[in-house]
Design a protein around this ligand. Structure first.
Ligand SMILES: Nc1ncnc2c1ncn2[C@@H]1O[C@H](COP(=O)(O)OP(=O)(O)O)[C@@H](O)[C@H]1O
Ligand SMILES: [Mg+2]
Length: 236
């Protein structure tokens, strides 16, 4: 039996004196899975993702990622762990506008201790794989939303993470660019990348994941294996 990449066990999280954002939520994700987390706005999806990424700490329960108790790490430990083992993609890209596309991708590799030459090589390889190598020396501000999200995905992958997390990655994109990013996540998963994507976008969930977890009111209310949308010629 392979060890899970993510094991979230009965986590609860409450901000200040508001209602609980998560109530004893549990989720296990195995290597190679693609999981969509769906739910209405305010249901706790980002809170759950942030706990998995070690960006936040639960009030109760445990979070284990790639064998490490993330909920027990301090801020620095969590940052180091995230840098080496988890890639995160956000709705609004969060690229550094003063760095070129290539340097945005290189940076996390350099921070993780990869040599300049190897980091450059890895970044170039990813930019080519994601079809944005011609923009390597441009600044993110010159790129379309879809291209920026590809850069963010390249950056998330540069340290070969055990886990790729994406929070509404198509939320700021038009339909065509959204489909593009959705195809990209599908391809990465087909190559073995474990992916967890939070989304409102049912088409994204259907096309790029094989499991759907629904959250409502801070609780996991459904966890089902979905039959992925399959191209007609692949049916027989
Ligand atoms: N930093 C925060 N401070 C206070 N309340 C927050 C914070 N982040 C989220 N919340 C609240 O927690 C609940 C869940 O939010 P969130 O996880 O962002 O939901 P979703 O991503 O599903 O839209 C919401 O009621 C939201 O208002
Ligand atoms: Mg959210």
């Amino acid at each position: 039996m392979t060890l899970p990449v993510i094991e979230v066990c009965e986590v609860s999280r409450r901000y200040d004196d508001g209602p609980p954002a998560l109530r004893e939520a549990s989720l296990t994700v195995r290597p190679g899975e693609a999981v969509a987390v769906l739910g209405p706005s305010g249901s706790g999806k980002s809170t759950l993702l942030n706990l998995i990424a070690g960006l936040d700490r639960p009030d109760a329960g445990t979070v284990t990622v790639d064998g490490v108790r993330v909920d027990r790490l301090g801020e620095t430990g969590a940052a180091l762990f995230r840098r080496s083992r988890i890639g995160v993609v956000f709705q609004f890209f969060n690229l550094l506008d003063d760095l070129t596309v290539s340097d945005n991708v290189v940076l996390p590799a350099r921070l993780a201790g990869t040599g300049r030459r190897e980091a450059d090589r890895r970044a170039a390889e990813l930019l080519e794989l994601l079809g944005i190598d011609r923009h390597a020396r441009a600044y993110p501000g010159r790129l379309s939303g879809g291209e920026r999200q590809r850069v963010a995905v390249a950056r998330a992958l540069v340290n070969r993470p055990a886990l790729l997390l994406a929070d509404e990655p198509t939320g700021a994109l038009d339909t065509a660019a959204g489909e593009d990013v959705s195809r990209l996540l599908t391809t990465l998963n087909a190559e073995g990348q474990t992916v967890v994507v939070v989304t409102h976008d049912l088409a994204l969930a259907r096309s790029c994941t094989d499991r759907t977890v629904r959250i409502a009111d801070g609780r996991v209310i459904e966890d089902v294996r979905s039959s992925r949308a399959v191209a007609p010629e692949a049916v027989r």
